[in-house]
Design a protein around this ligand. Sequence first.
Ligand code: PLP
Length: 395
Amino acid sequence: MDFAPRLAPSIHRVGTESAFEVLGRAQRLADAGRDIINLGIGQPDFRTPDHIVEAGVKALRDGAHGYTPANGLPALRRAVAADLEARHGAPVDPDCVVVVPGGKPTMFFAMLMFGEPGAEILYPNPGFPIYESAIRYSGATPVAVPLTADNGFALDADAVLDRITPATRLIVLNSPANPTGGVTPKDQIDRLVSGLEAHPHVAILSDEIYSRMLYGGRTHTSLLTYPQIRNRLILLDGWSKTYAMTGWRLGYAVWPEALVEHAVRLCINDHSCVNAAAQHAGIAALTGPQTAVDEMMAAFDARRRAIVERLNALPGVTCTDAAGAFYAFPDIRGTGLGARTLQDRLLEEAGVATVAGTSFGAHGEGYLRLSYANSLDNIHTALDRIAEFLETRAP
Ligand code: PLP
């Protein structure tokens, strides 16, 4: 007899991250012999620096094969606290640091803690798709805070404050941002934090996973530096992007004291702990030389300048100066093609993988995300192909 699963309705509310689907399609085309340049996936194309890999290998050789404390090795949590203090100048208690497998679990945990039917959670749109997906899964109502190209996709504090209601439980912030590369300037964060004083019931999840990836002399303002909101701030960061460690599955959050216990319980229920060798590698990353990070950033910056210039030279395309992360988010409305159509046709006809802006929310229509985590040569070849496509085949 056929199995007719009686699923909880919430499972049908889970969304996805289309970049992974594009990656799968690009891989299938490449396996079939097509030459595909991948500007779709959001991961550094660099290898994890050698000294970090060696620390992981050594940990395995030395017998780090068992469980660790659910919140992470004490030495790793101390290293995280020291790194945050050094970078942001804000004190961090290692006991408030919870190490998790990547950046994503913290989002999910925050939504599980705050989301339920009737609750509202604010999130950036276009934004990282897992925010909206996890909010919907929790049963809460996602309230989009639109980001627009006119201010380089920076968050507008008033756009957030205007959307707060008595039902608002949590607001999600992300700077530097995926998919736009937008960076929220300090004056907007100041304004937001002072506006939040009138809303003491609202918690904040600040996703700062790209906090070391800014260009053109811009600086990062961490929400950690505002003592007045520390008792309701969840700070998300990790190793994936900064140290080219996406596959190691290593991230962390600094939780407010009142929530640490709940976060650790969710870890125990969900994954017990992060694998021990990855945690040892994480210590080496934070405490070892940072030259590889600086070299990666210099390479990203050169690519960023090249891709923005090339995009602005395309017919029907304009692109803001991408300020952070490693994404360009051009306005493609002048091409006469919708975001999804252009994504699909560029993949099929030009052999270039990109991600439609609509994969990041309804406000992403008319935009395309190109990740410049690829070599300069490949970026130029991809842009040659896109130019040829737009000049000869579109719409
Ligand atoms: N937050 C943002 C804004 C991201 O873009 C990503 C990954 O693309 C993550 C979090 C998740 O990172 P991880 O791979 O460590 O789970």
